[in-house]
Design a binder for this molecule. Sequence first.
Ligand code: SAM
Length: 259
Amino acid sequence: THFGYETIAESEKEGRVRNVFSSVAASYDTMNDLMSFGIHRIWKDEFVRALKPGSLHSVDKGWNILDIAGGTGDIAFRMLDYATNVKNDSKTRVTISDINPDMLAEGRKRSLWTPYGGTERLSFLEANAENLESVASESVDLYTVAFGIRNFTNKQKALEEAFRVLKPGGVFACLEFSKVQNSLFNAIYKRWSFSMIPIMGQLVAADRDSYQYLVESIEKFPSQEEFKNMIELAGFIVPSQAYENLTGGIAAIHRGIKP
Ligand code: SAM
């Protein structure tokens, strides 16, 4: 592959992923819109709608949500909006956690344009998803990770950490690129992404390599069924409808419940 990921040391991969996201932090939103024709916004809305974050009863303490690889806050802000506006819950809070301080800084900046910036409903944590030592065991109601886990060096370890920090009954939820189900659509999609995305990266962000990495990381990520098995291996109960395909499987939502 471009970076020869199979052969480089794990610690080195971590460093390279860090560089990729440092170099794209500022142009991140523009590129997402361009590459997905804005569809990533619909997927993120659907993800949050499916999770229905927040308490319905005003006596409750609200949910404690951990948004892993939360980057610029896209998922966190949507979840707080949902809790506030749909559930009438102004206590639910989100910790945006990311390995990359530049992405977190971008998120912090963006949070100032939301009602949550600088309030106790939103906090930031620089951490590797594979080792969340500063997060107490059984302290989290909902763990989310959107377009993050495919970048992790040891995905199974991250799933085990998710399991540890969740309360019994807590939910693990992942939105990630997945495998397109229809073979004709898949052929078109692959052609498009392998040829166009690195070019767009070059033109818009002057960074072809980072976007080349992006398409390769999507290609290597496990299929819907394989990822479901990894979630189960970490100890989660997977609901009968184990995953939801979005746009023909370009992305998928997976869920697991901690027994
Ligand atoms: N969740 C956001 C969204 O949906 O827009 C951001 C997704 S962005 C594609 C991937 C994020 O994963 C980056 O912010 C990157 O820094 C973060 N990341 C990569 N490896 C990580 C790790 N091991 N632990 C935590 N975050 C990581």
